[in-house]
Design a binder for this molecule. Sequence first.
Ligand SMILES: NC(=O)c1ccc[n+]([C@@H]2O[C@H](COP(=O)([O-])OP(=O)(O)OC[C@H]3O[C@@H](n4cnc5c(N)ncnc54)[C@H](OP(=O)(O)O)[C@@H]3O)[C@@H](O)[C@H]2O)c1
Length: 416
Amino acid sequence: MERTNLNIGLFGFGCVGFGLYEVLHKTPSLKAQISKICVKNKGKQRPISADHFTFDKNDILLNNDINVVVELIDDADAAFEIVSAAIKSGKAVVTANKKMIAEHFEELLLLQQQYDVPLLYEAACCASIPIIRNLEEYYDNDLLESVEGIVNGSTNYILTKTFAENLSYAEALKQAQEKGYAESNPTLDTGGFDAKYKLQILLAHAFGIKTVPADIFNYGIDNIGELELKYAKEKGLKIKLVAQAFKTADNKIAAFVLPKFVDDKNKLYQVDDVFNGVVTKTCFADTQFFVGKGAGAYPTASAVISDISALSYNYKYEYKKLQQQQGLELDNTVLLNIFLRHKKEEALLLTTYFESIDESYLNNESGYISGTISLENLKEVIAINKESISAVLHDVAVTANIKTELTALLQEVALN
Ligand SMILES: NC(=O)c1ccc[n+]([C@@H]2O[C@H](COP(=O)([O-])OP(=O)(O)OC[C@H]3O[C@@H](n4cnc5c(N)ncnc54)[C@H](OP(=O)(O)O)[C@@H]3O)[C@@H](O)[C@H]2O)c1
């Protein structure tokens, strides 16, 4: 379908929706206008006149003059209904809803093929950083080895504030919410779910791997406590919530979201506040680094505008890596160097999950183990001891070491 004139039906007029409205009016070169805006709450005060709005989705979905649907709502289930219906009626779609994409990736892929309609979602992954289109277009011929990044602006803001300004976790979260960085449900951010959804999108475009959320392990920042903050500060490290995917020795892909200690040699060390950063590593180009604002009205709207603009020249994702069918599988056996804080009485049992232990510490109440553990075992440890432990990644372990005498030492401590 020719889209020389883009007639937009917009869903959602919150942080990003209103941002888009403003940014669009400041982008006169783009031949696009918003015809109707569908929102939810009838009693809400709006910054523009009431005749722009509807509360009935069909005023957009059944309107033949509207050829583009921009979906910017905070409800992934309702978003999937809207986006599916829009595609089925031949309307191009732009969305920022990573939860919806991650939960329905396969169905959305089929719908695009079946109806030959573009679905673009650059804003869903790292907001203002054009990472999806780069993975789609630029890395087509270069063999990607890894993609690693800070992909959630809200948690990076919280971590930056707790580190640099010694703000309490609760106060930093409140600030992130006030600035429009946080999801309506903050657990999506702080629990690492939002980062996981983005990692799923990256996995599809970087390595051609289709996943559902249950396939990928995510561990967030909710449990980070004084001990690991002190540990990091003493060693000149920062803690960042990092999503990563990389090829393993068996040519599989390991992918997970974990808080990570980063030192000042790591490119992600300087990525603070609401910024996101993504480091790609390829066979021939070595590392490349993308940085930009990862949340907020205007940075997110700028990615939405870029997608809207791309529709005018009939751009759509070709999902080249999926087409190449590299047959890559996920690997959960990868070994990780982990810092694990725990209650004193848990120390002995937890050591049995580790392949090797480099360092450990115990006081009267708590302690930590720093050593090598498989991703599978880490998942199990976290599932069993959810409330009482906190895990931070040092790095991916290259090889498994042999368990040290520390187990015996800890046995002795536990007996006393
Ligand atoms: N905020 C960011 O920095 C950011 C960054 C990247 C991606 N995103 C994504 O962008 C999307 C929007 O986020 P946001 O921060 O703008 O959310 P928000 O400020 O909470 O606004 C949500 C909007 O969705 C509307 N809405 C909810 N359910 C609806 C339904 N069933 N039908 C029509 N409208 C409905 C709400 O209507 P009412 O106004 O009537 O309440 C509101 O206008 C989300 O998918 C989010 O993950 C956000």
